[in-house]
Design a protein around this ligand. Structure first.
Ligand code: NAP
Length: 267
């Protein structure tokens, strides 16, 4: 029996990257679409990135996804940037078209698609975001683009939330102590957890979830974490009667949008 190599090769790069669910997701999507391709996990350190890009330009890969620590450095290393990469200030998807590397961002647009599936439009909503790291940056930019009325940023390190809030006049900062978190919930329509608190293998859990009792009853609660499928935050919010969404729809939508760029077809 003869085996032939797949026509197209894609991968996800990062350091670390072995935990990534992208190979599982993309392999399933590629098979579903009947595309003859493989999608692998490839550890690439920050120092190895320029050599890896040369490997891509020489045709070893038709495209790749990028996770930490490459999303921002890629901005200055690619040949062309899509408006999404400029808008979100980070690249998570790169397409190789005849040796020219094009960068895209599908995290922000993927979050908006996930919210739409959840039945929530950010337009005119008062949103509270926990965290001020890379995910919070993509989420807040998507929320601003989606027409949110206001965004309250609660983060442990005030310098990071202040720097993020400086991006838009609709953003204000609030601290991360239990009483400050409680204040951040008041009048909120949508709460989004962009910290890694509650994540499997992460830094631990919220000191207390009592702040959830200050959420208006109608408020929806979203956690970007998908492992575990239900964090203590989501579990408590659901017990309190709030509609909840975990991070899986974001993972799925950013992946579908990446594949759409790789294959050059709308998905
Ligand atoms: P990051 O840039 O490292 O930011 C981590 C955030 O968590 C920061 O705001 C940090 O606060 C906060 N944090 C960490 N440990 C904390 C602690 N002990 N107490 C209070 N705050 C703490 O990470 P990221 O890329 O933004 O990712 C954040 C989370 O989103 C991760 O769990 C990641 O898995 C998830 N995520 C999911 C998807 C998806 O597809 N569903 C996509 C992206 C990210 P400081 O600023 O004070 O350090």
């Amino acid at each position: 029996m003869e085996f032939s190599a797949p026509q197209k090769r894609f991968c996800v790069i990062g350091d670390p990257v072995s935990h990534s669910k992208s190979p599982l997701l993309q392999t399933a999507l590629l098979a579903h679409l009947g595309v003859d391709a493989e999608y692998l996990c490839k550890p690439v350190t920050a120092g190895e990135l320029p050599d890896f890009l040369e490997e891509v330009r020489r045709g070893a890969w038709q495209g790749f996804n990028a996770t930490m620590p490459h999303k921002v450095p890629l901005l200055s290393l690619l040949d062309r940037l899509d408006s999404s990469a400029e808008e979100y200030g980070a690249v998570n998807t790169v397409c190789n078209r005849d040796g020219i590397l094009y960068g895209y961002n599908t995290d922000g647009p993927g979050f908006l698609r996930a919210l739409a599936d959840f039945g929530v439009s950010p337009a005119q909503k008062r949103v509270t975001v926990l965290g001020a790291g890379g995910a919070a940056k993509a989420v807040t930019r998507a929320l601003v683009k989606g027409g949110a009325a206001s965004i309250t940023l609660c983060n442990r390190t005030p310098e990071r939330s202040l720097a993020l809030a400086a991006e838009s006049s609709i953003m204000v900062t609030c601290g991360f102590s239990p009483s400050q978190l409680a204040r951040g919930m008041e009048g909120c329509d949508l709460l989004v957890n962009c910290t890694s608190l509650g994540m499997t293998g992460g830094p631990g859990n919220f000191e207390t979830l009592d702040f959830l009792s200050h959420l208006p009853p109608h408020a929806a609660v979203c956690d970007l974490i998908y492992a575990p499928a239900e964090t203590p935050l989501l579990s408590a919010a659901r017990a309190g009667g709030h509609p909840t969404m975990n991070g899986l729809p974001l993972l799925l939508h950013q992946g579908i949008l990446s594949l759409s760029h790789f294959l050059g077809v709308p998905l």
